[in-house]
Ligand binder design. Sequence first.
Ligand SMILES: [Zn+2]
Length: 265
Amino acid sequence: MKFLSLKCMRIFILTSLLFTANSSTYSLAKDRATFEVVYLEATKKLEKEIKIWIAESHEIKLVVSLINRELNLKEPLKLVFGGEDGPLFDNGINEISIPYGFLIEVQERFKQARYSSKAGITNKEASMDALMHTIFHELAHALIFQYELPVLGKEEDAADGLASVLLIEYLEEGQEIVITAADLFDLESQDIKEYKDEDYWGEHSLDIQRYYSSMCHVYGSAPIKYKQIKTNEDFSKEKAENCIDDYDNLVNSWLTLLDPFLNSK
Ligand SMILES: [Zn+2]
């Protein structure tokens, strides 16, 4: 486990929402397709707690507001919390599903790893970071479907890439969120004691690869601020330079593809 000790008190601000955080200052055109959140009923005690936590969170409200403000969706898109399956995007009904159970698992994993004391953030903050990354990852699948975007390479890698770009480019301290999400991939990778063939031909890259890719995005986005990543991960000079070029390429590629659908630039 390679935790960064860079995290300190979280001051969470969506830079592009500084003037729209108060939703009354921003209203959508009536005919615009919107992104909305639905909370299914929770039955178990833990799920009920998770539901209240998410529903009351400032972060989810801001993420929804950001998506509605920045993206001109072709069709209405729902983010549904609850249910059994997910996280996933179902293109048949234009819904992103995230079960409450997923958040329970994430919280438990961070707790077991004593992540809070190592990373300097609370378990809830870490879980919210992972949730935000997950929402943007699933949003990528939805946008690829709705806008019929070309995908070169694995769609799952592309979705991780958009999650990094949106978090880093649109959110103050977005890099810290990506680092937490990467650390979760690292924790998940520890479940595998021995790789099987299906791990190699799976839709997703291996969790440990997703960890390194995400850390590479963070380093590449701000190599001076995050020089500790290069040291901690033992990145060679060449690898570090590749991260900078790759991140630049990733941002340009995604913003070029999304350009026709962005409301403001
Ligand atoms: Zn995916």
